[in-house]
Ligand binder design. Structure first.
Ligand code: CUA
Length: 459
């Protein structure tokens, strides 16, 4: 006897309902720090209002249409002995109604949408903090043109950071968005965005971090821009106005890292000079303009110029230098694993002093691409400015936690850790995934650790 087929529809229906509720529950709550459903800026609030209007109108339309559909299915269902139903063509009243109602719904969406577009596209109010954002494959450059110091050559030296953005709470910030190469898109989900960085064009975005308080936010590139698009992240820190000023002044000061050991001085007359170790923080302040030596000057004379170290601020005023690490959220600290063949072997610890000397002398050629204000030989502008690198919490544009192990690995083989990165493979014996060759000469593990230890002293 055939078993009658009894479809079990309630189970899939119940499963679908539970999964939908779970998925919806996942959209909300403090455990989702990259949510756009926040009210920390007027930008996200305005967009949130639009979202709510669309959501509620959508719910009303959906419920109305589905109810009508179900009623019609039930009311006009087939019945035994029923003849051919009445045939109609056209109903002017109904047609006018179903044209007017959707038109009103669209007006209800269009008016607030256009108003929001005009409001967010307007010029930022006067007094806004200006921040220039420059997208690079694949990292972020942030410039604060209102904050300049007099450089060693007497010219204005603008505050520049990479991948870590500081914003004062309560002040509107106006971003000028540009790109150095291809299209990128600037997005801090919990604050504002996305807005594109377009070649040969300047875009703007402004918002006011208000009710968020002191906090750290994740930022992303949201326009596909090549191999490491997903690895083009950044951090934004919202801090009190005073802390922001303190941070900015500190950023403008030369690096206060471990000083290099002076290179053997070639005395006129042939006698070899002495090597003078200099303890960190004990160098006398050098007046701006005193250290004007360049890399070529070093090469020609074989003499390492004095490190121009200045106290960032008079004692007692320099309270805030960078966002406190202990206040980072779990979601702010990346845990990308370093490839096995690149990791620093256990037991190797970096010597910051040796690293400082090696860095200033051009070991690893870091100074060809990177700048460190206060180190006269480090004048490169291709890569991120490293002046206060040790105060940053991430490396490789938010991809790795900034610690000696990760940094040493990065110096050895950045290309194995971030596809397509411009930073060359530097570690001896490392396989360069771009040139497809194993490096015969390069940094030893000890040298990489020394350089990493030094760079982390650049607070
Ligand atoms: Cu830059 Cu995607």
């Amino acid at each position: 006897m055939p078993v009658p087929h009894r479809p079990r529809r309630p189970l899939p229906a119940a499963l679908t309902a539970v999964l939908t509720l779970l998925a919806l529950a996942g959209c909300y709550g403090p455990r989702h720090p990259n949510s756009i459903f926040t009210s920390f800026t007027e930008w996200n609030r305005d967009v949130g209002v639009l979202f709510d209007i669309l959501l509620w109108l959508g719910i009303i339309v959906f419920v109305f249409v589905e109810a009508l559909l179900l009623y019609t299915i039930w009311r006009y269902r087939a019945r035994a002995g029923q003849g051919r139903p009445e045939q109609v063509h056209g109903n002017t009243k109904l047609e006018i109604l179903w044209t007017v109602i959707p038109a009103l719904v669209l007006v209800g969406i269009a008016v607030p949408t256009v108003r929001t577009i005009f409001r967010t596209q307007a010029k930022a109010k006067p007094g806004a903090l200006q921040v220039e954002v420059i997208g690079h494959q694949w990292w972020w450059e942030f410039r604060y043109p209102e904050y300049t110091a007099t450089g060693a050559n007497g010219k204005p030296d603008t505050l520049v950071t990479a991948n870590e953005l500081y914003l004062p709470v309560g002040r509107t910030v106006n971003f000028t968005l540009r790109t150095a190469d291809v299209l990128h898109s600037f997005w801090i989900p919990a604050l504002a965005g996305k807005r594109d960085l377009i070649a040969n064009h300047t875009n703007y975005l402004w918002f006011t971090p208000d009710s968020s308080g002191v906090n750290a936010w994740n930022g992303f590139c949201m326009e596909y821009c090549g191999a490491s698009h997903a690895n083009m992240r950044f951090r934004a820190y919202t801090v009190d106005a005073e802390d922001f000023e303190s941070w900015a002044r500190h950023q403008l000061a030369p690096a206060l890292g471990t000083a290099p050991v002076a290179a053997p001085t070639t005395q006129p007359g042939g006698s070899s000079g002495t090597t003078v170790p200099v303890a960190p923080g004990t160098l006398a302040p050098v007046a701006p303009g005193a250290a004007t030596a360049t890399a070529s000057a070093v090469n020609q004379a074989g003499v390492l110029p004095a490190l121009s170290v200045q106290p960032a601020l008079p004692a007692g005023q320099n309270t805030f230098q960078h966002f406190p690490r202990e206040r980072l959220g779990e979601h702010n600290v990346p845990n990308t694993p370093v490839p096995a063949g690149v990791r620093l072997p256990a037991g190797i610890t970096g010597n910051a002093q040796a690293g400082a000397t090696a860095f200033a002398q051009g070991v690893g050629a870091c100074i060809g691409c990177h700048r460190v204000r206060g180190v006269p030989t480090a004048l490169g502008v291709i890569g991120p400015n490293l002046t206060h690198f040790g105060g940053r919490h991430t490396i490789a544009a938010g991809l790795y936690d900034n610690n000696v192990g990760n940094l040493a690995a990065w110096l050895k083989n950045a290309r194995a850790m971030k596809p397509g990165v411009l930073m060359p493979t530097l570690g001896k014996g490392q396989f360069d995934p771009i040139t497809k060759a194993r490096l015969q000469a390069g940094l030893t593990d000890q040298q990489a650790a020394d350089l990493a230890a030094y760079l982390l002293t650049l607070k």
